[in-house]
Design a protein around this ligand. Structure first.
Ligand code: C2E
Ligand code: MG
Ligand code: MG
Length: 634
């Protein structure tokens, strides 16, 4: 009787079981399926041995008993393959579909077991009566059943690839290889009874790749890690459990330079405070510890206790920590288990900029804001990737010459459904995530292309104003980039006027100055945009080497509505003109407003009265119609 392989299998299973039992476990659903798979493989290998013993004693035992032992073994084999399928599908489908999947698989396995039991089994012996292998309809039914589950597993792996955790994908693929390998070998060399051992190797692969509890443990502290947190959150979330989350942030973690013992001391302090609350503690990243409290447990009490502990020196540490706190009163606010990570990044980025220290609550509004930003980011990315960035042009009226001698380029994005999205939706987000650098360059390039290819100067257009974001002004490569684009299109610099705002010099004054000097040396001129908003400073105009000052719509409106604003506007205009700069009034919508502005002696008028921003072709037609293709006034 050859049961060496099966005995090896049992020893391997025993060792895995010992390791698994000893380690701290996160007790999530996948772990439970693994435990079931482990048990079933143990049963399967044991039944393998039992059936071989029964066959060996065939002359002494009733044939039916031998048949039952063999068929039980075959059924257990099919169940093991079915568990492999359930294990692969656990991430792949949402909860309610998974439950249907589970029921369907169990029903299929039950039907297959009935077939295996009803169909006859035959035994092949050598000339001397020594048993070689089993065959016959029951065995074929076993192979076909196993194959059906394997094919289903492959289908799940391939079709739902993007939803399956990559480690699970690899582990289940390897497990399939073990099964297929051992089944094929057994099919070719029938005397080599390898399938049961193949199942054991499959479990070993799952353990090493995924279910080794160390996968969920932070090596430095022994706490549960972010992997464990993701699975844990997902399960609670899918069950619809409401529970508070508290995050302890060790700001400046890398600079403080905590050693291993100090981190360990923090862990002990935190665990000590959490003892009475029964909360789960995770180390999400080096400087973030996440606490998940049981439903209804007041996280505030634990936080108060922790705050008291950390307000003085703790453990054997030489450092006084000033931990920050981010709390979420109900985890059900999160759309999915990964959203906690995104929300933490979002909050930390914002808070660091504004407060410098943390004690914030992630509320529904914060999450909504974050999701909105995410959607806008997608819109920007899609827009850039699929060339859906559009530049609109708003003609600007020259009051002295009574024609349109310049225009402002204003960016728009078409979303996937062909809706035109205005900059108020995306500029702020693009500035925050840095995409404005790319977006700005695209707009600039499109403007240069229009100038080069359509020659709008033939209709009297001298230059186009292009907005520069404060973030672009702080980019040290800006001047080189823009000059090289002008050179690429062989465009004279007088065709471009760049609009900057006062806030640009607050962010990075020196870089802005260097950029401006480089570009002015090349011949590009500048305007000061949005004058009259926020805390505009008259002194600022004196410092800034600009040619044009643009009065914001807000300022123009105030002028029409308020008598005193009249004096302010008057003073501002004479001051700007006195410094030999031109003025533009934005947001002029009626003829009356136009007349008043002309009376004030403003140099240019921009507003809906003349035209809204227009797409390129409509803009060129507008110029042709209003200015005519007359003398080239350059
Ligand atoms: P801005 O540079 O002050 O541009 C003027 C804004 O006022 C434009 O809004 C324009 O459509 C609007 N406007 C002009 N005349 C009237 C009027 O008579 N009535 C009203 N109600 N509005 C008028 P838009 O196109 O939505 O742009 C808003 C802001 O987005 C711009 O303000 C600018 O700060 C920014 N922006 C637009 N394009 C770009 C760009 O390519 N790069 C950067 N960095 N910012 C841009
Ligand atoms: Mg502007
Ligand atoms: Mg403006």
């Amino acid at each position: 009787m050859n049961i060496k392989m099966q005995c090896c299998g049992l020893v391997i299973l025993f060792v895995i079981g010992c390791f698994f039992q000893q380690q701290k476990r996160v007790r999530i659903y996948t772990e439970r399926i693994f435990v079931w798979t482990y048990r079933m493989v143990a049963v399967c290998v044991s039944l393998d041995i039992l059936s071989l013993v029964a066959i060996d004693s065939m002359d002494r035992l009733p044939l039916m008993l031998v048949d039952v032992a063999c068929k039980l073994y075959n059924t257990s084999l099919v169940l093991v393959v079915m568990l492999g399928l359930l294990y692969a599908a656990v991430d792949a489908y949402p909860d309610e579909i998974y439950v249907k999947f589970l029921r369907g698989s169990i029903a299929a396995a039950a039907a297959e077991a009935v077939c295996i039991f009803l169909l006859p089994i035959e035994y092949v012996t050598d000339g001397a009566g020594k048993f070689l292998y089993t065959f016959g309809p029951s065995i074929y039914a076993t192979y076909i059943s196993g194959l059906i589950f394997m094919v289903a597993t492959v289908v799940v792996l391939v079709r739902r690839r993007e939803y399956i955790n990559s480690r699970r994908f690899e582990a289940v693929s390897l497990w399939l290889v073990c099964w297929l390998g051992s089944s094929l070998i057994q099919l070719c060399i029938k005397e080599l009874l390898l399938v049961g051992f193949g199942a054991t190797m499959g479990v070993l692969v799952l353990y090493v790749k995924l279910e080794n509890p160390e996968t969920y443990i932070d090596r430095q502290t022994g706490m549960f890690n972010s992997n464990a947190l993701t699975y844990f959150l997902r399960e609670r979330h899918e069950k619809g459990q409401h529970f508070p989350i508290l995050v302890l942030v060790l700001e400046d973690y890398s600079n403080i330079g905590l050693d291993k013992e100090e981190v360990e001391a923090i862990r002990l302090e935190v665990e000590d405070c959490l003892q009475r609350t029964g909360a789960w503690l995770f180390r999400k990243s080096e400087d973030e510890m996440v606490m998940l409290f049981a439903e209804g447990t007041p996280a505030d009490a634990a936080k108060d206790m922790l705050v008291r502990r950390f307000s003085e020196t703790w453990g054997r540490s030489r450092v006084v920590l000033h931990p920050g706190w981010i709390s979420l009163s109900d985890a059900q606010l999160l759309a999915d288990s990964d959203e906690l990570g995104r929300a933490l990044r979002h909050v930390r980025q914002d808070v660091r900029q504004v407060l410098g220290r943390y004690d914030v609550e992630i509320t529904g509004e914060v999450l909504e804001q974050m999701r909105k930003e995410k959607r806008v980011e997608r819109l920007l990315l899609d827009g850039i990737e699929n060339d859906r960035i559009e530049v609109y042009y708003q003609p600007i009226y020259n009051t002295k010459e009574q024609r349109f001698t310049c225009a402002e380029a204003l960016v728009r994005i078409y979303d996937g459904e062909n809706h035109l999205i205005r900059p108020s939706v995306f500029i702020e987000v693009a500035e925050k995530n840095g995409m404005i650098l790319k977006l700005g360059r695209i707009v600039f390039e499109k403007v240069c292309r229009l100038m080069k290819e359509e020659h709008p100067e033939q209709y009297g257009l001298r230059y186009i104003e292009v907005n520069l974001s404060t973030v672009q002004c702080a980019d040290k490569d800006l001047a080189d980039d823009y000059i090289s684009i002008l050179k690429k299109y062989d465009l004279p610099p007088e065709r471009i006027n760049l609009e900057i705002t006062e806030s640009a010099s607050l962010l990075a004054k020196e870089t802005l100055q260097r950029n401006m000097e480089r570009m002015m040396d090349y011949g590009i001129r500048f305007s000061l945009d949005d004058f009259g908003t926020g805390q505009s400073n008259l002194n600022y105009i004196m410092d800034m080497p600009v040619d044009i000052v643009k009065f914001d719509r807000e300022m123009s409106q105030a002028f029409f509505e308020n008598d005193k604003a009249h004096f302010v506007m008057n003073a501002a205009i004479s001051m700007v003109h006195g410094m030999e700069m031109k003025t533009v009034s934005e947001g002029i919508e009626t003829e009356e407003q136009l007349r008043k502005m002309e009376d004030m002696g403003i140099s240019y008028i921009q507003g809906y009265y003349f035209s809204k921003p227009l797409p390129q072709d409509a803009f060129l037609s507008f110029l042709k119609e209003k200015n005519g293709a007359d003398e080239v006034a350059v």
